[in-house]
Design a protein around this ligand. Structure first.
Ligand code: C2E
Ligand code: MG
Ligand code: MG
Ligand code: MG
Length: 292
């Protein structure tokens, strides 16, 4: 009897595992097709200068709407993409599409504005990554200082020597670098000093409990102080309430991003935000001779 029950249970687990594996294979195949057909899309989430309230940039976030299953969250499909290697074509598509879009906005006189694109460790690991980025910038015409790449701490720690080299190559192209999810990995402080990044992004998990979570407040204060002492900018993500924004501003945190300001929005909606926030030169500035 017991043996039989054990067997049933074993079969049950096996069936569940098989179903999980099948589901993963299904999504992988569908994702491959979606990338090849350009069926993914991009959302943009504004980033603000906390001191003067101006919009200074946006983070680009990939979206996948499956024809039958609807929106699939990036946490799910990015994981599948990383396990299967699809993150390479996906990441390249996102970067090219984001640069194309930003260049269209730039040519329309909207901005100045910087787009922040997430990059996976697997992309950085490729020997041709710096050349790929240089190629996309040349092809789209986007000036490098309109682009920021977000890399995560976890990967940097896995391949410290190589990642420093690649990041230096990227810096050489004239673009900006940010360390994403900062505080959740285990980078040593001496290593952080060697990384050629300009911005630390404090992970949302610390911001959520501000301003009342004592540990989170202490950690956030420490990250801002650490960043500034290394001459880095600090950006807080996941800012949802005015109390959080006030607290961060009080610490001297440089930039903020989160639902309080705006959720990630599609390109058309973001373009409307850009139109409202662009500072157009006044007629007087347009006629310098009149001033002389
Ligand atoms: P991330 O880079 O840390 O992006 C921030 C995530 O926090 C986004 O989730 C954003 O929608 C969410 N968020 C922003 N503000 C708030 C807030 O105030 N409250 C809450 N609750 N959430 C907020 P999303 O779009 O679901 O992306 C999740 C993760 O997927 C990203 O985390 C990033 O690691 C990854 N990802 C997204 N697009 C790409 C991509 O193109 N390439 C790569 N490699 N990864 C991507
Ligand atoms: Mg990010
Ligand atoms: Mg982040
Ligand atoms: Mg995060």
């Amino acid at each position: 009897k017991a043996k039989e029950a054990g067997r049933d249970q074993f079969c049950f687990y096996e069936a569940r595992l098989t179903e999980k594996a099948r589901e993963k294979m299904f999504l992988e195949t569908e994702l491959r097709t979606a990338i090849a057909q350009g069926a993914l899309s991009l959302n943009f989430q504004p980033q603000f200068d906390l001191a003067n309230g101006q919009m200074v940039g946006s983070e680009v976030l990939a979206r996948w709407r499956h024809p039958e299953r609807g929106m699939i969250p990036p946490t799910d499909f990015i994981a599948i993409a990383e396990e299967s290697g699809l993150i390479l074509p996906l990441g390249e598509w996102v970067l090219r599409e984001a640069c194309l879009q930003a260049e269209l906005w730039r040519q329309a006189g909207l901005g100045p504005h910087r787009i922040a694109v997430n990059v996976s460790g697997l992309q950085i690991e490729r020997d041709d990554f710096v050349a790929t980025v240089a190629g996309i910038l040349a092809e789209t015409g986007l000036p490098p200082d309109w682009l920021e790449l977000e890399v995560t701490e976890t990967y940097m720690m896995r391949q410290p020597e190589k990642s420093v080299r690649v990041l230096e190559g990227l810096r050489g192209l004239g673009l900006a670098l940010a360390l994403d999810d900062f505080g959740t990995g285990q980078s040593s402080l001496s290593y952080l000093k060697r990384l050629p990044v300009q911005t630390l992004k404090i992970d949302r998990s610390f911001i959520t409990d501000l301003p009342f979570g004592e540990n989170e407040a202490a950690i956030t204060r420490a990250i801002v102080a650490l960043g500034h002492s290394l001459h880095l900018e600090v950006l807080a993500e996941g800012v949802e309430t005015p109390a959080q924004a006030d607290f961060l501003r009080g610490l001297g945190c440089d930039r903020g991003q989160g639902y309080m300001y705006s959720r990630p929005v599609d390109a058309a909606t973001f373009e409307n935000i850009l139109r409202k926030t662009t500072v157009y030169p006044s007629a007087k500035d347009d006629t310098p001779s009149a001033a002389l």
